[in-house]
Design a binder for this molecule. Structure first.
Ligand code: 2P0
Length: 343
C-alpha cells in the first residue's frame, strides 16, 4: 500500500567507544568510534503517513509510547520534513517498531531503532516526494545520528566507523570491512533491566566532570589505529586486545567522574575474569567489551564461537547468551514480510 514502508536495521557493538558530544544539538561526537554490526539483534520499524492525525504516534511492540519517547521520533521526522522540502505541511507519521533486542540493557537497541526509523522514513518520503534529491546511505547516516549517536554506525554492515568529521555533513558512517572472516560475538546478558543512568546523561556527566576525560580523545585514537590495523590484517587477537584496552579506558573515565559512577557490576567482573582465564588456559581468542550497562560482549573467532558459548553457559548457567556474527546494512521489508511477522 502506498504511504507505508517498513525497514529492518541491526544493532552494533562499539569496539572503539563513542562517549561524548562536542555539539549536543547536532550529535557530533568528541571522537571517532568503530563498531561491528550484529546479525541476530535488530529492530523492525514501519512508518506511514496519517493525513488526519495532529501528532506523530510511536508504538513499541504494540504499546503506545509516552510523550518524551515520541518527541525523539518527531525530532527525526522533522529533519526529514525539512530535507524533503515539505516543512510542517507534511502529514503526521505513525511509527510501529518491534525490537528484537532487549531494550536499554546496554545491548544497543537505540542504534538499531533509529537506523531502522531513518531507513524507513527515507523510503516513505522518497515515495511521497519523488522530486526531491535522492538521499545516499552516507547522508542517511547523518539522520540516524540525530536520533542517537550509535545509530549512525548501524547504516552499514560489518565493521563501521563513525567519523569525527568537521561538521554535520561529514560526521558520517564509513564502512570499513564486511567482517566476513573468522569473527563473531557472544553477548552475555546479565541484566535486561532498563539502565538507571542513560547513556546521554552518563556521557555528558563524564565529559563535564571526569579528571580523565581530557585524555579520552587522544588515547581512543591510538586504540582506533590499532583496531584498524588488526582488521586490515584480519588479526582477531590484535583487534580484541585494542578493543579491551579501549573499553577499560572508557570505563575509567566514569570512575574518575565527580561524583563517580560505573555501569559495571560484580557479575561483569566475574565474566571478565573468566574470559581472561579462557584466553590464558584454553588458548581461545576471546576478548571482552562492556557498554553503558553491565552486560559483557565477547569477541571471538567464528570457528570457536560454539565452544565459547558452551563454556560460558557452563560457568554462568543463569545468564542469557546471544550469538551473533557480522550483520548486514538495513533493508526495507515487504508488506508480506511485515504481515507474516506482526499480522
Ligand atoms: C557506543 N554507547 O559507542 C557507546 C559506548 C554506549 C557506550 O553509543 O546520546 O544511545 O543517544 O547519542 O548512542 C550509547 O549512547 O547515546 C552509546 P545518544 P547512545 O556504542
Amino acid at each position: 500500500m502506498a504511504g507505508r514502508v517498513a525497514a529492518r536495521a541491526h544493532t552494533n557493538i562499539a569496539l572503539i567507544k563513542y562517549w561524548g558530544k562536542r555539539d549536543e544539538a547536532l550529535y557530533l561526537p568528541t571522537s571517532t568510534s568503530l563498531s561491528l554490526t550484529l546479525s541476530s539483534l535488530y529492530t523492525d520499524t514501519r512508518v506511514s503517513f496519517d493525513d488526519d492525525a495532529f501528532e506523530d504516534v510511536l508504538l513499541l511492540d504494540g504499546q503506545i509510547q509516552d510523550a518524551a519517547s515520541t518527541a525523539k521520533v518527531t525530532r527525526v521526522v522533522n529533519l526529514f520534513r525539512e530535507r524533503y522540502g515539505v516543512g510542517s505541511a507534511a502529514p503526521r507519521v505513525r511509527v510501529e517498531s518491534h525490537n528484537h533486542v532487549p531494550t536499554a540493557a546496554g545491548l544497543a537497541s537505540s542504534s538499531s531503532g533509529f537506523a531502522a526509523l531513518a531507513t524507513a522514513l527515507r523510503a516513505l518520503f522518497e515515495e511521497r516526494y519523488p522530486d526531491a534529491p535522492r538521499m545516499s546511505d552516507t547522508e542517511l547516516s547523518t539522520f540516524a545520528r540525530r536520533g542517537s549517536g550509535s545509530a549512525t554506525r548501524s547504516i552499514f554492515g560489518g565493521f563501521v566507523e563513525w567519523a569525527y568529521g568537521t561538521g554535520s555533513e561529514d560526521s558520517v558512517a564509513v564502512p570499513v570491512d564486511d567482517a566476513q572472516w573468522d569473527v563473531a560475538m557472544v553477548l552475555v546478558a546479565l541484566s535486561t533491566q532498563k539502565k538507571k543512568i542513560s547513556s546521554t546523561y552518563g556521557m555528558k556527566h563524564t565529559a563535564d566532570t571526569s579528571a580523565f576525560y581530557p585524555l579520552w580523545r587522544e588515547v581512543s585514537e591510538r586504540d582506533l589505529d590499532d583496531v584498524r590495523a588488526g582488521i586490515r590484517e584480519r588479526d582477531i587477537d590484535r583487534v580484541g586486545a585494542a578493543m579491551e584496552a579501549n573499553c577499560m579506558k572508557f570505563h575509567a573515565t566514569m570512575f574518575a567522574a565527580n561524583p563517580p559512577f560505573t555501569y559495571l557490576t560484580s557479575r561483569s567482573l566475574a565474566v571478565i575474569e573468566y574470559i581472561q582465564e579462557l584466553r590464558a588456559h584454553e588458548g581461545l581468542s576471546v576478548y571482552y567489551t562492556m557498554d553503558a550497562g553491565p552486560n559483557v560482549k565477547v569477541l571471538c573467532r567464528r570457528s570457536e564461537q560454539q565452544r565459547v558459548h558452551e563454556l560460558l553457559e557452563e560457568r554462568f548457567p543463569d545468564v542469557t547468551l546471544f550469538d551473533a556474527v557480522a550483520g548486514p546494512a538495513p533493508r526495507t521489508l515487504t508488506e508480506k514480510e511485515w504481515e507474516e511477522l506482526y499480522g
